[in-house]
Design a protein around this ligand. Structure first.
Ligand code: 5GP
Ligand code: ZN
Length: 141
């Protein structure tokens, strides 16, 4: 169920993913958070960590959800090393910062030596076969 603060039903795609009403390649989930592959990855294995409770920005969340989010980020930062030792952890807050989905989320972007992963060649949609391979590589130990 989306939180009471969520926008009208179906308006927020990440609330839909958190509630399993929209599909995602889920990497990790607990009561407060979920991590899943980005649909248009900057690099192979680019994924997002979100709170299940809707909020536009980190500062909109209660402290408990912030703490839960950091715990999941820590867990997933350890796991991402299976793909690449280096990664970016990023949060875009607001339109001017590049936020396009207004449900707070952290990007975890494995780095493989690209010159600039934030201005890459055109991003192409994730392919199912590779998505499943990445999910397997990042599965719980
Ligand atoms: P932002 O620019 O808001 O920080 O990033 C939003 C991210 O969400 C983008 O990287 C975009 O590719 C990703 N995204 C947008 N819609 C969906 C979706 O329906 N499913 C998934 N898995 N990712 C999405
Ligand atoms: Zn939402």
């Amino acid at each position: 169920m989306p939180s009471p603060e969520a926008p009208a039903s179906g308006a927020c795609i990440f609330c839909e993913i958190a509630a399993h009403r929209a599909p995602s390649y889920t990497l990790y989930e607990d009561a407060e958070t979920i991590a899943f592959l980005d649909l248009f990855p900057f690099t192979r294995g680019h994924f997002l960590v979100i709170p299940k409770r809707h909020g536009e920005r980190l500062t909109d969340l209660p402290e408990g959800d912030q703490n839960a989010l950091l715990r999941t980020i820590d867990r997933m930062c350890r796991r991402v090393g299976r793909l690449a030792p280096d990664y970016n952890l990023a949060l875009n807050a607001g339109v001017a910062a590049g936020q396009i989905v207004f449900h707070v989320h952290f990007h975890i972007i494995p780095r493989y030596g690209e010159s600039n992963p934030f201005h890459p060649r055109q991003r192409t949609a994730i392919e199912e076969q590779d998505a499943r391979a990445v999910v397997a590589e990042l599965a719980p130990p």
